[in-house]
Ligand binder design. Structure first.
Ligand SMILES: O=C(O)/C=C(\C=C(/O)C(=O)O)C(=O)O
Length: 308
């Protein structure tokens, strides 16, 4: 929206609909980004894509339009380990945003304290090969051990076919682990596939693992339109997200993933993404855990259990 094109990716949806689904008070958008503006917060030279600028003010306007109370802003690879745009947005949110940053092993304790003071509560390790180059596991283990001491958690983004080779590293992380986008299952294999069974085993056998049930727009093969009279879009992703919500109701999170970097086939209307929630969390209790209790316990423990 409203800027010169800097990438060949789609811009985010400029005029999202008002969701039909009414978000509960205290609902948290647990996965979203701020990008630049590039003039103020330059993108990382090592990035593998250049996103559209997406400012904190536009993110907060979307928060209010959709009816969320808080945001968890996640560092994306286009900003590398420069968390300045993320910190700026968290500070501007007056306590209504927390951050998940990216750090290298050279990060100082003072820098970690500064990030904590701004509202950062975790670090992100990205293993999606089209987004990042390889980082040695010993560096990641060193970072995980340091941030665990701060009470932070580790967010991991990987593709389902890479889970076997990453299993030992993931299960050695000494703090809460939060998986982005359900570990990117290949939904065409079906919810009973061996691949998804391995992901369920990973979550089932490790109480410290949580997962975001996000990004149907990235994972779908059936596309955004409601099909065969179905009321909702992304019908092929629903069984995966619903299985996780129903089996692990206290360990799931949801987010818009605005501004949806690297989407080429279509750009989701964020209002319709919110209307996807009742299809994966069919009861009020499941919706409250997914949208309020779980993210508040993880990111605002000081508020956990209180009203919104
Ligand atoms: O925004 C997302 O969560 C997904 C993507 C990008 C990143 O996570 C990133 O650059 O860090 C993607 O799949 O391209």
């Amino acid at each position: 929206g409203g800027f010169e094109k800097t990438s060949d990716w789609l811009d985010w949806y400029a005029d999202p609909s008002r969701p039909t689904f009414k978000l509960p008070p205290g609902a948290v958008d647990s996965h979203c980004h701020v990008f630049g503006p590039g003039a103020q917060f330059p993108y990382a030279p090592e990035r593998k894509y250049t996103p559209c600028d997406a400012s904190k003010d536009q993110l907060f306007a979307l928060r209010d339009h959709l009816g969320f109370t808080r945001n968890v802003i996640v560092q994306a690879t286009c900003h590398g380990a420069d968390n300045s745009a993320l910190v700026d947005a968290c500070r501007a949110a007056n306590g209504r945003a927390r951050g998940v940053g990216t750090v290298k092993r050279t990060v100082t304790d003072e820098e970690l304290q500064r990030l904590h003071g701004a509202g950062v509560r975790g670090v992100r390790f990205n293993f999606v090969k089209r987004l990042v180059d390889f980082t040695p596991k010993d560096e990641l283990q060193e970072i995980a051990a340091r941030i665990a001491k701060l009470g932070w958690h580790v967010v991991i983004y990987f593709e389902a076919q890479d889970l076997p080779e990453l299993w030992d590293f993931f299960t050695s992380i000494p703090t809460t682990v939060v998986v982005d986008h359900m570990g990117r299952p290949d939904v065409s294999r079906g919810v009973d596939s061996e691949e998804f069974a391995l992901f369920l085993k990973f979550v089932r056998e490790h109480e410290n693992v949580m997962t975001k049930v996000t990004c149907p727009e990235r994972l779908t093969k059936s596309g955004p339109r409601a099909l065969n009279g179905e009321k909702n879009a992304y019908t092929d992703v629903v069984p995966f997200a619903r299985k996780l919500v129903e089996e692990f109701p206290d360990r799931v999170l949801w987010g818009t993933d605005w501004p949806h970097p690297n989407l080429k086939s279509h750009m989701p209307d964020d209002g319709l993404l919110v209307d996807f929630i009742p299809h994966i969390a069919p009861t009020e209790e499941l919706q409250r855990k997914l949208l309020v209790d779980n993210p508040t316990r993880l990111y605002w423990p000081e508020l956990a259990g209180k009203t919104s």
